[in-house]
Write a protein that binds this ligand. Structure first.
Ligand SMILES: C[S@@+](CC[C@H](N)C(=O)[O-])C[C@H]1O[C@@H](n2cnc3c(N)ncnc32)[C@H](O)[C@@H]1O
Length: 237
């Protein structure tokens, strides 16, 4: 029986190649891992979670699809459950600051990690900056629309590269590609930034300056587009 997963997890799965040795940190239900075990070749998969409840659910799901031989389930905080042979880390569905904390405070465990795939719920600029500081560059980026919410997915690979403020803020590859969903995403960000500026008291000089700078960049990028945004309930920023 083939597992069915949502658009967000399907998009994440496209970042995993045959032969990857991965740990899915915060696997929760482990549906991504089950999908990968069923649809990719020669994977080594550790599905881990910090909480017993989600791991129990993951264990039941793995049994249901009879994938115990292909998925190792581990209880543990962050990348503590990583093993020597793991070369890929996937973390999705958490706040960006938590993801950065998980990676930044356990750097010795990153020694053999070639690829880090992150899909943060927020603080995307912070995530890009901090992971680049750890010695990774941005290899691939995409946005996915799922249940009226736009999620970013970023793949970092080992290497050094410099990025501008604008690239950290909006994504160097997303900026190059300028896909229609990216324009929707930025148009919504522009609305939110304008709303924030309208309510933020004048005494918050630094924050107001940052928001004005962001708005200026958004206006420049969006100037060739006259697109109206649909009723997206929420976006990440
Ligand atoms: C919202 S779920 C996301 C599940 C899945 N990754 C996805 O994208 O659908 C977040 C999961 O991360 C787990 N989690 C939170 N903090 C964690 C940490 N420090 N280490 C490992 N797992 C953690 C939670 O227990 C929860 O199961």
């Amino acid at each position: 029986m083939k597992v069915k997963i949502n658009q967000r997890l399907l998009a994440l799965a496209t970042f995993i190649d045959d032969g990857d040795h991965l740990i899915d940190v915060g696997c929760d239900h482990a549906l991504l891992d089950i999908y990968l075990a069923q649809n990719r070749k020669d994977l080594r998969i550790i599905a881990s979670d910090a909480k017993e409840g989600p791991l129990k659910q993951a264990t039941e799901n793995v049994k249901k699809y009879q994938l115990q031989a292909k998925i190792t389930l581990k209880l543990g905080n962050g990348i503590e459950p990583i093993e020597e042979d793991i070369d890929t880390i996937v973390i999705s569905g958490m706040g960006g600051a938590l993801m950065v904390g998980i990676l930044k405070y356990q750097t010795p465990r990153l020694k053999r990690v070639k690829k880090i795939i992150l899909s943060p719920n927020n603080d995307v600029e912070f995530v890009r900056k901090e992971i680049v500081k750890l010695g990774y560059k941005i290899e691939r980026e995409t946005l996915v629309l799922d249940h009226n919410f736009i999620y970013p997915i970023i793949e970092f690979t080992k290497g050094k590269k410099r990025y501008s403020k604008k690239e950290y803020l909006f994504g160097p590859l997303l900026l190059q590609e300028k896909a229609p969903l990216f324009i929707t995403y930025l148009t919504k960000q522009k609305e939110v930034t304008e709303q924030l500026l309208a309510i933020l008291p004048k005494k918050y000089i630094k924050r107001r300056f940052q928001l004005k700078q962001k708005l200026k960049m958004l206006n420049t990028i969006l100037s060739p587009y006259k697109k109206k945004v649909g009723p997206l309930s929420s976006i990440v920023g």
